[in-house]
Design a protein around this ligand. Structure first.
Ligand code: C2O
Ligand code: CU
Length: 461
């Protein structure tokens, strides 16, 4: 019997590299783009605390935070991943509706990129907004050690801001000596996840950025942490929420507090104070410590700009599901007592604590589980998703964006998104058109949950 793995190997051998036909075109497409990015995974050191620089930090590039990748909606993008790590890796373009072969899930859709090897990614972003990128192999370690970067996809029709600030929010699990400690504790993985000890924005503790007084700032926030759910507030300025998870909100609203989980993004239009030197503080008010994450300082004399003058963002071309004809897919998230954790090339935490529809994901073993559902290309579906656990789960669907239809927790805005932060005991309906062929993962973005069972996939054909 041919497993998926042997099939991938066979086709790689036949083509003298991965893929046939279309993939060959992808590679030349990568080379045809004037400025293909080279993303080389590297082990480095970084000054993250007052203590000694942290060793064994991972990044894309030479040193420092992974670069913010800038793309343009509708324009081809290409990047070559070169693996400088001593273990396999891949890149997943979180929230971007890319062809399945470009999605970065090893074993399911692409080969592992082994030490010293490379893989060419090429696609045209259909949507504008704030997205991010990260490996999809040994993710708790690789992301925990630094491999999380932000993507900005510009829409040439977007309203002009006086300035733009991009924030990559994430923690690090470091001891008092500034060095990494164990990335997780099993007892926490079976609960809300293991938290970092040092919180950063753009790899700095509470950085400050200058912005024109009285000006309008587009603040693009990505929560790339492996565990932490944030409750974000802004002090010292008025701000409107303009986009969530890359997609413009149907109706802009004043920011009070927004809860976003790992994997999610928040775009704010911030009206800077008029007084030079005034400081605006972004805080996470979840829990008891009201942590300051980053600040903006007003500079110069006031531009006196007005939030109300800001043009509306253009919606992304995500197809609207036809709810009347949609097929419903029940999806129950639960804890499990069954242990099916399999050792795999992309690492295993060694435990199964979670399941989707009672099936805990074993890891990237050959023919791991059947797809959760087989979807017909072009048809509409609704996930009837239910959280049977006492913990919140940011559930992420690859390859397609859904619309939030309803929730047992109260009225919802019809947000278009790729990650839904499901609260304990909540039931939600997420509608989408299965318009992207391939196998698409669905998993919790608390990486310990993902890696201990809370993962599955749908097949669109
Ligand atoms: Cu951002 Cu499968 O993940
Ligand atoms: Cu979870």
């Amino acid at each position: 019997i041919l497993t998926r793995r042997t099939l991938l190997k066979a086709s790689a051998a036949a083509a003298g590299g991965f893929g046939l036909g279309a993939m060959g075109n992808m590679v030349s497409a990568a080379l045809a783009v004037p400025d293909p990015k080279i993303l080389r995974t590297t082990k480095t050191t970084a000054r993250l605390t007052e203590a000694e620089p942290t060793r064994d930090v991972l990044t894309y590039g030479e040193a420092g935070m992974p670069p913010v990748l800038r793309m343009t909606k509708g324009k081809p993008f290409a990047a070559r991943l070169v693996n400088g790590l001593d273990e396999p890796t891949t890149i997943h373009w979180h929230g971007m509706r890319v062809p399945n072969k470009m999605d970065g899930v090893p074993f399911m859709v692409q080969p592992y990129v082994y030490t010293g090897d490379h893989f060419d990614y090429a696609f045209t972003p259909p949507d504008a907004g704030t997205f991010w990128y990260h490996p999809h192999c040994n993710t708790l370690e690789q992301m925990g050690h630094g491999l999380t970067g932000v993507i900005v996809v510009e829409n040439p029709h977007d309203p002009a801001f006086d300035s733009q600030v991009v924030l990559n929010l994430r923690d690090w699990r470091l001891g008092g000596d500034g060095q990494f400690i164990a990335q997780f504790r099993p007892r926490d993985a079976a609960r809300s996840g293991t938290y970092g000890t040092v919180r950063t924005a753009n790899w700095q503790v509470e950085p400050q950025y200058d912005a024109p007084a009285g000006g309008l700032v587009r603040l693009r926030i990505a929560v790339t942490d492996v565990t932490r759910i944030h409750a974000l507030t802004l002090e010292g300025a008025a701000a409107d929420v303009i986009a969530i998870d890359g997609n413009p909100v149907p109706q802009r609203f004043a920011l009070d507090m927004v809860r976003i989980g790992p994997g999610q993004r928040l775009d704010l239009a911030v009206r800077m104070p008029d007084d030079e030197g005034a400081v605006v503080t972004l805080r996470d008010v979840r829990g008891t410590k009201k942590a300051a994450l980053a600040t903006l300082r007003a500079t110069g004399s006031s531009l006196k700009h007005d939030l109300r003058d800001l043009a509306v963002l253009e919606a992304n071309p995500v197809p609207a599901p036809d709810i009347a004809s949609a097929t419903h897919i029940p999806l129950a998230l639960s804890a499990t007592a069954e242990n099916v954790a399999a050792n795999s090339i992309c690492g295993s935490l060694g435990y199964s604590f979670w399941a989707i529809n009672k099936v805990p994901w074993p890891g990237d073993t050959p023919d791991p589980t059947a797809p959760l559902a087989e979807l017909k290309l072009g048809k509409s579906y609704v996930f009837d998703m239910e959280n049977l656990t006492p913990h919140a789960h940011p559930i992420h669907l690859h390859g397609m964006s859904f619309t939030v239809l309803s929730s047992s927790a109260g009225p919802v805005m019809p947000l278009v998104s790729d990650t839904y932060l499901l609260q304990p005991d909540e039931k939600v309906q997420l509608g989408f058109v299965a318009d992207n062929p391939g196998d698409w993962l669905l998993h919790c973005h608390i990486i310990e949950h993902q890696k201990t069972g809370m993962t599955s996939y749908v097949r669109v054909a």
